[in-house]
Unconditional design. Structure first.
Lengths: 405, 281
């Protein structure tokens, strides 16, 4: 191993060791990334389900104000946890006006009021409710559900009274057979499509955001703490210093991104076991190109962040530049999600950030289009080189040794 | 130890930072085995000169060479540097800090460990080598930085205000170490603004003022040449011009930051204050 390589390795190793010794870093680069998607995809739905079950078992108070009481409707209510009260009523105004019931519903004396007015074969109705109350919303949902059943019953009855066959009248157009079998895309391709909506976004945003802290710490932080001056007096060149620090930030960021993908795949595996999503089918070529595209993106992003942080005179200044700079990733990342990949113009693969995100989307669909690959590869190499050149220029500045603090 | 061979040569060095001239036409030689004091007020140019000697800065004109006229930035493995800020990593132990620099100098861990232990005994630091430097006092940080600068066996040791902010005992220990290095034939450049310290430790003193070398000689020589009784008198006589501000303090805002800061600059009360107080009395 040459002396230069040895020095780069020493710098990178020290940066990683020093960074990892802060327990907050472990939380940020290991715990959060690995837990984020499982929490989002597994725990969160479980929580939602349990909340929904709790609401289903909740007893709600519903008042029915009507000039007639259809049995079908009343019976459907009795099936759930519902306390019904009945008030005979005639209506002169619009049913939707709360009038004297306003305070009763607002004060939650009653969760919801169903008003029914039967006139000339039509049931007019309204539900007086409080949308900011969960109980009231649940009561309203139960009323609507019962009303739909009630309406279906009336419709079927009237069709049959009219001498028509109910089923064919209500459902004259039908899909024949198993709908999923008509899709010629394989399960793996379908899984790739779903993943292509998540992974590029996650990779781009997480790579940029998780590199911010180490980039600042290893440049503006060193400058502010005065450790950079001691380092600049050593026999290593500024380029070796940049490469060592780049390797350090890239390792920390890489571990974070990798763990996040592990978390994502675990969550997908869990969902796959419930037939929600399959395992994506990718060729070896696509996998290699995915790795190359991520590496090129990481070279560019980390070099750019190191350069911007090194330009700053203090940690605070670096933070105020790099924090908002994440917009440069978020907007293209969101924008890329809506670009149609079928028949896409090749120039998109030459635009910075967008090129890698589109490449990832295409590759996750196992589409290896040589022209696109050539364009995103060449443009990414160019952008990564420019970012590295800019970073090298910043590291060679003499004033990086001075600090304003 | 009388040695004649020139180790470090500073020839007609000028250093500009944009319009600011930090050093102007500075020339002197440092011979092997000498302990040379760079003495000057804040902003005189001592730190800039040390950074030029350590290869952190390059001269705007002139040259700083080591040994056989090789530019100093190509010979940094022969230098040991202790900057004013010490530059220790708080999440590394003292030994890890030392080892990190030694490895970057290309020195084997066992060699740097032996050298570290030797000097750690003089500085009473053996017990602290395995401790994280986070909780270190200023004195302990300075001692660790010294050990780090010595671990690879440098030809020249560059110390930027090594006793600044230290208690009496720690400052004395640091000076003793410099004495020890001197006895072993080492070469030291010692920046300070403490005249008594320079007189005590250094064979030769270079007085720098506003970026110029005002005097260069042994303490006795400086006193006698200026017809003074003490070094302090000689220093005051040589540095009568008003000291300028430090380069770092003269950095001004640019572009949007300048406009922004101008908008929100707080108003300072004018000098009517004294008059008002007098009137109140």
């Amino acid at each position: 191993m040459s002396k230069s390589t040895q020095r780069i390795k020493t710098i990178a190793k020290k940066e990683v060791v020093e960074f990892v010794r802060d327990w907050r870093t472990i939380v940020a680069i290991i715990i959060i990334p690995i837990l984020m998607f499982p929490v989002l995809f597994i725990v969160f739905p479980v929580l939602l389900e349990s909340e929904a079950a709790e609401l289903d078992n909740k007893v709600v108070n519903i008042e029915i104000q009507s000039n007639q009481y259809p049995m079908y409707l009343i019976e459907s209510f009795n099936e759930s946890y519902t306390k019904l009260t009945y008030v005979n009523a005639t209506f002169n105004d619009s049913l939707s006006l709360p009038l004297s019931d306003l305070d009763r519903v607002r004060n939650m004396e009653i969760d919801a009021i169903l008003r029914l007015n039967y006139t000339d074969d039509i049931w007019y109705y309204s539900v007086i409710h409080l949308s900011t109350s969960e109980s009231s919303t649940e009561a309203k949902n139960r009323i609507i559900s019962s009303l739909i059943t009630f309406e279906n019953n009336i419709t079927e009855l009237r069709i049959s009274e009219g001498g028509l066959e109910v089923d064919s009248t209500l459902d004259p157009l039908r899909w024949d057979g198993d709908m999923s079998k008509a899709d010629v895309a394989t399960e793996g391709e379908q899984a790739g499509l779903i993943l292509s909506l998540f992974i590029p976004l996650v990779l781009a945003i997480w790579t940029f955001s998780s590199a911010i802290q180490p980039s600042i710490d290893m440049t503006a932080g060193e400058r502010e703490r005065g450790t950079l001056e001691a380092l600049l007096g050593l026999p290593c060149t500024r380029n070796e210093l940049l490469l060592g620090k780049w390797l350090g930030v890239a390792t920390i960021t890489g571990v974070g991104v990798l763990l996040q993908i592990v978390g994502l795949l675990f969550a997908i595996g869990y969902l796959a076991s419930s037939d929600f999503i399959g395992i994506p089918a990718l060729s070896i070529g696509a996998i290699i190109l995915i790795i190359i595209s991520i590496m090129l993106f990481a070279v560019m992003v980390v070099a750019l962040e190191l350069a911007l942080a090194m330009r700053s005179h203090s940690v605070k200044e670096a933070g105020s530049i790099l924090g908002p700079a994440i917009i440069l990733i978020i907007f293209p990342a969101l924008f890329t999600q809506v670009i149609n990949l079928d028949g896409i113009e090749s120039f998109w693969f030459g635009i910075p950030v967008i090129n890698i995100l589109l490449a990832l989307r295409e590759l996750l669909l196992d589409r290896v289009i040589i022209e696109h690959v050539a364009i995103w590869f060449a443009s990414s190499v160019l952008y990564a080189s420019l970012a590295a050149y800019y970073a090298a220029k910043q590291f060679k500045r003499e004033d990086i040794v001075t600090t304003l603090s | 130890m009388a040695v004649d061979n020139i180790l470090l040569k500073i020839s007609s060095v000028r250093k500009n930072f944009n319009e600011v001239i930090a050093l102007d036409n500075v020339s002197f030689d440092i011979k092997s085995g000498e302990v040379v004091g760079l003495v000057g007020s804040n902003g005189a140019g001592k730190t800039t000169l040390l950074r030029l000697m350590s290869g952190v800065y390059r001269p705007s004109s002139g040259s700083v060479t080591l040994g056989d006229d090789t530019p100093v930035h190509l010979m940094r493995d022969h230098l040991g540097v202790v900057p004013e800020s010490t530059g220790l990593y708080s999440r590394l132990t003292a030994w890890e800090n030392i080892r990190y620099h030694s490895r970057l100098y290309g020195i084997d861990d066992s060699v740097s460990w032996k050298r570290t232990l030797k000097f750690a005994q003089s500085l009473d630091m053996e017990e602290n080598l395995s401790r994280y430097t986070k909780g270190f006092s200023r004195g302990m940080r300075q001692k660790t930085a010294l050990l780090r600068a010595l671990a690879h066996g440098p030809k020249v040791l560059l110390l930027d205000e090594p006793t600044a902010g230290l208690d009496i005992t720690s400052a004395r220990t640091v000076r003793s170490l410099v004495e020890q290095i001197k006895l072993e034939g080492g070469t030291v450049v010692y920046s300070t603004h403490q005249l008594f310290e320079a007189q005590q430790v250094c064979d030769r003193i270079i007085i720098i003022h506003n970026g110029n070398v005002m005097a260069d000689g042994s303490p006795e020589q400086l006193i006698n040449d200026n017809g003074c009784e003490t070094l302090e008198e000689a220093y005051v006589m040589l540095t009568q011009a008003k000291a300028r501000v430090r380069f770092e303090d003269s950095i001004s805002d640019k572009g949007l930051t300048k406009i922004w800061n101008k908008l929100f600059r707080p108003k300072t009360p004018n000098l009517q204050l004294n008059q008002d107080v007098m009137e109140d009395e």
